[in-house]
Design a protein around this ligand. Sequence first.
Ligand SMILES: Nc1ncnc2c1ncn2[C@@H]1O[C@H](COP(=O)(O)OP(=O)(O)OP(=O)(O)O)[C@@H](O)[C@H]1O
Ligand SMILES: [Mg+2]
Length: 256
Amino acid sequence: MSQNILQLRDLEKIYPNGTHALKKLTLDIREGEFLVVIGLSGSGKSTLLRCLNRLIEPSGGSILFAGRDVTFLKGSELREYRRQIGMIFQQFNLIRRRSVLYNVLSGALGTMPVWQSILGRFPEELQQEAMRSLEIVGLKDKPLIRADALSGGQQQRVAIARSLMQKPRILLADEPVASLDPATSHSVMQYLERINKEFGTTIICNLHFLSLVRRYATRVVALKGGELVFEGNPHDIDEAWFKRIYGEDAIEVQID
Ligand SMILES: Nc1ncnc2c1ncn2[C@@H]1O[C@H](COP(=O)(O)OP(=O)(O)OP(=O)(O)O)[C@@H](O)[C@H]1O
Ligand SMILES: [Mg+2]
């Protein structure tokens, strides 16, 4: 039985405009799981992911990481915590005009002396590590291509390779395949699955399509209006649960 890597206790987020985006969320996340977060637009999925790495400050409750309270970390302790958590985004967030290799290397900037990062000089070991990361996502033949010359799926794989440079214990993915076609979506999801299985990296991923959820998640949680309304096995989301999560009028759309 693996240990809990994250424990959320009564986590709350109220934005300055009064929107109550997370309500008393209590959840344990086990090391090595592939957890998928689902829910309607506005249900709080992105807010949750961003609270986990403290990109957003929670308004209440607590977050424990490997048993340690990280809710109020600041300065260098916060940076050290964030280094253990990679993040990938729907829009990839690459530096479009720079090479694939440069983009991957930029994932290691936080670990380098400042003078080296200012000069953009990356030590040989890091360059080799970046090539290994590219190999993991099947792009080792593309290091010198400009990022914006790649397809969307390839760009997302570069973003995954970049996140691997942090050697994260947790990888957060906020709708990583929402801009991609179905076949490309599977390709990207399969690389996340491979990282999850080979390195034991905990994956926490927001997804919209239930067919992807059923294929990749080891566990799923559903949010509705900022509250946890389902927690369990992806195959247990039957018609009744689907309507409770997405509303009576919702119809499941298949992507294959
Ligand atoms: N910076 C912000 N300021 C105020 N309200 C916000 C902010 N960001 C999000 N919200 C609100 O908080 C709620 C949750 O938003 P969030 O982006 O977490 O939802 P989501 O589940 O990720 O939605 P989507 O599926 O559309 O990405 C929504 O009502 C949203 O309008
Ligand atoms: Mg979102």
